[in-house]
Design a protein. Structure first.
Length: 135
């Protein structure tokens, strides 16, 4: 027998699974710290690649000046300032990533918890209906 309440719950579960639930369920397969660390590693790699590409673009843009003054450039000073900027950028982005990833994980976990509660309610409705049919 079809039950309106059961159908509503199934539709709600299906909508969640097809929408944001797919990413939530993948995200919550990890422990919170593992998920945050994975996001931090991605951020470190992305910032490194962006920094290297930025340096290459800057050097290519100023290639005439660099080629004319190749022996006179203060490489040590450039490396020190570049390293300081790089480390500061990495730290800043890691802090932002840790906060954002932690919050995203917590929100996903709450939605997945609600999903499982609804799933258990649906299972109880099936059991209740099965008991009524056997009588």
């Amino acid at each position: 027998m079809l039950s309106e309440e059961r159908i509503r719950k199934m539709i709600r579960l299906a909508d969640y699974e097809k929408g944001i639930g797919s990413s939530d369920l993948k995200r919550t397969h990890y422990w919170r710290m593992d998920y945050v660390r994975m996001q931090i590693l991605k951020t470190i790699l992305a910032v490194f690649v962006a920094f290297v590409l930025g340096i290459l673009l800057s050097v290519l843009y100023h290639m005439d000046y660099v080629m004319q003054h190749v022996w006179e450039l203060p490489y040590r000073t450039i490396l020190i300032y570049g390293g300081i900027v790089f480390v500061a950028a990495e730290i800043l982005f890691v802090i932002f990533t840790a906060r954002i990833a932690g919050r995203a994980y917590d929100e996903s976990r709450a939605r997945v918890k609600e999903y499982y509660v609804t799933l258990m309610e649906l299972e109880e409705l099936y059991e209740k209906e099965g008991e009524e049919e056997t009588l």
